[in-house]
Design a binder for this molecule. Structure first.
Ligand code: C5P
Length: 221
């Protein structure tokens, strides 16, 4: 068993984007880099936690000391998260695609001269954070979500905390000029049951370490 304040605790961290196939060669995705999620996984491992990092496709090295499960779609990410239970902590950092392609083709869609382009039909993806937060059995003691907002940051994040049923929300401002998406640093607020903590602008690594230390305080008693 490792040492540190989170020794003996299991943490699930989701990170990166998901990709939703259109056909065997094409997909829909988003610009998530996975930097914040991977940093959180590493920081929790540094404090002694046993970490299962469930990651969508990213261009990052596996963080030290974590078990990494690679997935592509939201459905695969949900299944991996469920299989990783039980856990004491779940941190959902992944930018899960909101929709998947309902009329996904098992063959490559052919471009036919003179024919109208195909219509991509979207359906909702499962919400991994809400599923873990509302799990009737094996709900992790501490479930943390992220909220990227461009306006009414705190209000929307508080709302999200209620709606998803998670314990904490880390809210970050992704409005134009904030340079949060794909960048090295972030400005975040931590929202828990007692209120809002305003954190100074810092690197994603520092945010990860501060969050990991705060998580450790919950398990200190
Ligand atoms: O609803 P929204 O995408 O803004 O919520 C963001 C939070 O919910 C993040 O913590 C994200 O990882 C999580 N989420 C999820 N599954 C989804 C959508 C979002 O786990 N399908």
């Amino acid at each position: 068993l490792g040492s540190g304040p989170l020794a003996g605790r299991h943490a699930i961290v989701t990170s990166g984007p998901t990709i939703e196939p259109i056909d065997p060669v094409r997909y829909i995705s988003n610009r998530s880099s996975g930097r914040q999620g991977h940093a959180i996984a590493a920081a929790l491992a540094e404090l002694g936690a046993e970490v299962t990092l469930i990651s969508g496709p990213v261009a990052l090295a596996d963080p030290a000391g974590c078990r990494v499960v690679r997935v592509e779609s939201a459905m695969q990410m949900l299944n991996a998260a469920r299989s990783a239970l039980p856990a004491d902590i779940a941190v959902c950092t992944a930018a899960v695609a909101d929709w998947s392609v309902v009329n996904r083709s098992t063959e490559k869609r052919k471009k036919k001269i003179g024919e109208a382009p195909p219509v991509i039909e979207l359906g909702p993806n499962p919400d991994i954070l809400a599923t873990l937060s509302r799990a009737e059995t094996a709900r992790p003691r501490l479930v943390i979500g992220f909220a990227a907002e461009t306006q009414a940051l705190i209000e929307n994040a508080r709302d999200k905390r209620q709606r998803k049923g998670c314990d904490w929300i880390v809210a970050n401002d992704v409005s134009e000029g904030s340079e949060s998406f794909g960048g090295e640093s972030n400005t975040v607020y931590l929202i828990d049951e007692t209120g809002v903590e305003d954190w100074p602008r810092m690197s994603k690594l520092e945010i990860a370490r501060r969050l990991a230390r705060r998580i450790a305080t919950v398990f200190a008693s």
